[in-house]
Each structure stands twice: as structure tokens, then as C-alpha cells.
Ligand binder design. Structure first.
Ligand SMILES: [Ca+2]
Ligand SMILES: [Ca+2]
Length: 106
């Protein structure tokens, strides 16, 4: 039946929107930072500037992204921003993560 397609699309959108709401702000910020830095990492890794990555360049890109992701993750866990992650901050980050995973999708 053709009429069901829009309904299914709408249902999919509502589920997607619910998941987006489920992301807390810090996570959203982390994601947008990672996405924003992807282009920069690509350009940096593209050593010969041909707008494409060779295997070696791709490896450099992957390392760049990993470092940037780790950096963003660190900032997320370091709640008070003193550039140190305490056991307490780590534990509360795990707790937030557990809470986020447990939350049922709306
Ligand atoms: Ca290249
Ligand atoms: Ca800290």
C-alpha cells in the first residue's frame, strides 16, 4: 500500500528525533566538534593536496581523528575544565553514559 510510506517515514522521524533529544548537550557538543574537525583533519592529512587520501595519508587522517576524538572526549569527562581527570569525574562520566544507554527511546 502506497499510503503507508509517509506514515512510516513520520514514525522513523519521530524515533530519530527522540534519540536526538536523548543525547545530552555535552555529547552533542563533542559530536559537532568531531564533525567540525573532520574537514580540517582531511585537509591536513592530504599532504599532496589532490583532495584525496592515499593509504599513507588515510592512516595519518585516521590518527588525526583519533587524537581529536580523544581530546574532545577528555574535555567531556573533565567537567571542571582543570585539564585533569579525577577518579570522581571518570566515575560520573561512566554513570552518565550508563544512564544514557538505559534511557528508553521515545
Ligand atoms: Ca592526497
Ligand atoms: Ca577536572
Amino acid at each position: 500500500m502506497m499510503n503507508r510510506a509517509p506514515l512510516l517515514l513520520a514514525t522513523g522521524f519521530v524515533l530519530f528525533a527522540g534519540q536526538a533529544v536523548a543525547c545530552d548537550r555535552a555529547e552533542m557538543r563533542e559530536r559537532s566538534e568531531v564533525e567540525a574537525s573532520r574537514t580540517a583533519a582531511f585537509e591536513e592529512a592530504d599532504e599532496d593536496g589532490n583532495s584525496a587520501l592515499s593509504r599513507d595519508e588515510f592512516e595519518a587522517f585516521r590518527e588525526q581523528m583519533e587524537a581529536r576524538r580523544a581530546d574532545a572526549h577528555f574535555s567531556l569527562v573533565d567537567v571542571d575544565g582543570d585539564d585533569l581527570v579525577t577518579g570522581e569525574e571518570l566515575e560520573s562520566a561512566f554513570e552518565r553514559e550508563r544512564h544514557r544507554r538505559r534511557r528508553p527511546p521515545r
